[in-house]
Design a protein around this ligand. Structure first.
Ligand SMILES: *Cc1c(COP(=O)(O)O)cnc(C)c1O
Length: 391
């Protein structure tokens, strides 16, 4: 695959190899181990003189390597490592790049599992985190100290769809000698390339848009080989690798990533505009709307604004739940990024565990509704929303 090929072309062809039978792309090798013609041939692979398959938990499996090449190509990176989940990808990143006594800066609202990992699990190993919300970003330089190893953030965030300036944060981090790690799950490589803006590592929960069909769980870390290398031994010894069956499914899904995400961008933009004018809606959070507080940053660093949006219904927790329950095409479910549209009230799912005062500080009000816009016809989605919200 030539690097300069377009994104759809890379989604389809990068990393794929036909086998001896001519199967049109890389087959599923479910095998845990691989045989060698001689001891010398085995040693050549073990000692790294030749590339080859060896043992699946090490990631040395053709189906796994194939999807890693595809992911690296579509993020414009040197390499990638795939994991059993997005959380496995995150934990390996933190463990590989931080040790006891080290410090992380986490910007903005992050996924609930990430917040728990940083605030509960990692402190048990002596790795601490300073959390800065978006309106505290001016303190970034001040909270970075000599034990700080990395700055981590999502953009856009869940569920406020806050957007952070990747290039600006990466510039500060680089100057202070620390890594910039971006969870780009919501944006996908179709809409945003954090590495090109100066980030060191990109993390995806491939469970979401990359899988795209709500039928696989996985994660990936993507970047330069030098930054990925420390993760290899953690993934191997914590046994975190993505299963070959999942890697095969993920490759299948990535072939349609560009068309899926572009269609989801379009539908979400239409729904965001119509919701913003709906009499029962207080406001809409969508980076593509000119009313969005970071719309200018989004325009600069994103090629599309994504399939996720949230809005605030004019109602309390109960009346909002009644409206949500009236939806027929949108399924009430956590998660996102699939072909089917989903709806959640963040206070009941992603932010259920936070105390009400902390939720309020984060702008997560009782009437907030989050939509993951799927690939159904947009007019059907709008009719459903319109009937559910009521006049
Ligand atoms: C879902 C999600 C994760 C965690 O991914 P899993 O595959 O569920 O482990 C991390 N970050 C973001 C932004 C997510 O949406």
């Amino acid at each position: 695959m030539k690097k300069e090929a377009g994104l759809s072309t890379r989604c389809i062809h990068a990393g794929d190899r036909r086998d001896a039978k001519g199967a049109i792309h890389t087959p599923l090798y479910n095998h845990s181990t691989f045989g060698f013609p001689s001891t010398q041939a085995l040693l050549d692979v073990v000692q790294g003189r030749t590339q080859g398959s060896l043992y699946t938990r090490y990631g040395m499996n053709p189906t796994i390597v194939s999807v890693e090449e595809k992911l690296a190509s579509i993020e414009g990176a040197e390499g990638s490592l795939v994991f059993g989940s997005g959380m496995a990808a995150e934990s390996a990143t933190f463990l590989a790049h931080c040790k006891t006594g080290d410090h992380i800066v986490c910007i903005g609202d992050v996924y609930g599992g990430t917040f728990e990992l940083l605030s509960y699990n990692l402190p048990q190993l002596g790795i601490t985190t300073t959390f800065l919300l978006g309106d505290e970003l001016g303190r970034l330089e001040e909270v970075i100290h000599d034990k700080t190893r990395l700055v981590f953030f999502e953009t856009p965030t869940n569920p406020n769809m806050e957007v952070f300036d990747i290039a600006w944060i990466a510039e500060i981090a680089k100057r202070r000698g620390i890594l910039t790690v971006v969870d780009s799950t919501f944006a996908t490589p179709v809409n945003q390339h954090p590495l090109a803006l100066g980030a060191d590592l990109v993390i995806h929960s491939t469970t979401k848009y990359m899988g795209g069909h709500s039928d696989l769980t996985g994660g990936a870390v993507i970047g330069a080989t030098e930054r990925l290398q420390p993760l290899v031994v953690w993934r191997k010894n914590l046994g975190q690798v993505m299963a070959p069956e999942v890697a095969f499914l993920l490759s299948r899904s990535l072939r349609t990533l560009a068309v899926r995400v572009r269609a989801q961008n379009q539908s979400a933009a239409i729904l965001a505009e119509r919701l913003a004018k709906h009499p029962r809606v207080d406001h809409v959070n969508y980076p593509g709307l000119s009313s969005h507080p970071q719309h200018e940053i989004a325009k600069r660093q994103m090629r599309g604004f994504g399939g996720m949006l949230s809005f605030v219904f004019k109602g309390d927790a109960q009346t909002t739940a009644v409206a949500v329950d009236r939806l027929r095409l949108f399924s009430i479910a956590p998660s996102l990024g699939g072909v089917e549209s989903l709806v959640t009230q963040p206070i009941t799912t992603t932010h259920h565990g936070l105390d009400p005062a902390e939720r309020l500080r984060r702008g997560i009000v009782d009437g907030m509704v989050r939509l993951s816009v799927g690939l159904e016809d947009v007019e059907d989605l709008w009719s459903d929303l319109d009937q559910a919200l009521g006049a």
